[in-house]
Design a protein around this ligand. Structure first.
Ligand SMILES: [Zn+2]
Length: 114
């Protein structure tokens, strides 16, 4: 493992501890960005303001790392589980995917953004 971004080894003190915390977060962020393909994430969306949105939870994020942290969070996981459960329940009764609902949600979202 290379750890040569930011903190100099041996500089010591509170500042370096802080740097290490930032390093760890940055490392996690980069790792997440490498392992998770945001282009394949159906809920990831970049808005016209340059920030990022979770279409599932309707949350706003300043950067990809923040969004990724959110996808690991309880709220997103809960929403994912809820959605999966709902879709599993609706799927046998409705062979057609509920396109109308999706379209409606999209237009609501567009309204929210304007
Ligand atoms: Zn989410």
């Amino acid at each position: 493992m290379d750890r040569d971004w930011g903190s100099k080894p041996g500089s010591g003190g509170a500042a370096s501890a802080q740097n290490e915390a930032i390093d760890r977060r940055e490392r996690l962020r980069r790792l997440a960005l490498e392992t998770i393909d945001l282009a394949k994430d159906p809920y990831f969306m970049r808005n016209h303001l340059g920030s990022y949105e979770c279409k599932l939870c309707l949350t706003l994020h300043n950067n990809e790392g923040n969004y990724l942290a959110h996808t690991q969070g309880k709220r997103h996981q809960t929403n994912l589980a809820k959605r999966a459960a709902r879709e599993a329940k609706e799927a046998p009764a409705q062979p057609q995917p509920n396109k109308r609902k999706v379209a409606l949600r999209k237009s609501v979202f567009t309204l929210l953004r304007t």
